[in-house]
Ligand binder design. Structure first.
Ligand code: SF4
Length: 223
């Protein structure tokens, strides 16, 4: 017999059913959409999504990177990163020269053409902007906070390379201010900021000591 009301059709989650399947299904759909759009965006420019990611990573770095750093930053294997770099060098988008601090290592940098492509790769798919814009300001802030927690968990489990998160940065002071809009403090710029501005890839990030990191995480999640 068909259910009479929506509540019959959709049983409310219980503590034993803490929304994990729904969240997992939603994340899988977002992941699929991102992968599909990554191919659609990269293919017309003759790039694979991995090559686009390498360009974006090099663009975000203040200094030339080693292939191993690129592999770590993208959480891919060294051969995968090496293949992508090789293709980008062939396309004239990346240069590979001896590292100044280690003559045995190679350093990667963008060419002018590579910088132009990287700009496009780093801007992100338009549909992501549209999806995030559909959230209210409070929902966006809560989403950023959730992303920070998820990325940190992935990092703790060893599933991704360390990311440059505020919560692992030695300059981060969680809940340092009474201002509910901007309760956290960045000691690097000496300014308060809110959840909306929590960074997931900050170029000024410096990793905190293990003890400091554990303490600021305890404080961060305490509210
Ligand atoms: S330096 Fe960057 S990562 Fe560190 S607390 Fe400030 S904004 Fe966050």
């Amino acid at each position: 017999m068909a259910p009479d009301t929506p509540s019959d059709a959709l049983p409310a989650p219980t503590p034993a059913d803490p929304l994990v399947p729904q969240v997992a299904a939603g994340l899988a759909k977002l992941g699929l959409a991102l992968r599909t759009h990554a191919w659609k965006d990269s293919a017309p420019r003759g790039l694979t999504p991995t090559q686009s990611q390498v360009l974006a990573l090099l663009q975000a770095s203040a200094t030339p990177l080693r292939v191993s750093t690129v592999a770590d930053g993208m959480a891919v294997t060294l051969p995968t990163a090496s293949d992508a770099v090789k293709a980008l060098v062939t396309k004239g988008l990346v240069t590979k020269t001896r590292a100044v601090d280690d003559g045995r290592a190679m350093a990667l940098a963008l060419t002018d053409a590579g910088r132009e492509e990287a700009q496009r790769a780093a801007s992100g798919p338009e549909f992501v902007t549209a999806v995030v814009d559909a959230l209210s300001a409070d929902e966006q802030a809560a989403f950023v906070r959730s992303l920070v927690k998820m990325v940190r968990t992935l990092q703790e489990r060893g599933d991704i390379a360390p990311a440059r998160l505020c919560v692992t940065c030695r300059f981060f002071r969680p809940w340092a201010h009474v201002d509910t809009e901007r309760p956290h403090h960045c000691a690097f710029v000496d300014a308060p900021f809110g959840d909306r501005s929590l960074r997931l890839d900050c170029p000024e990030h410096e990793t905190a000591s293990a003890a400091a990191m554990a303490e600021q995480w305890r404080v961060f999640v305490s509210r």
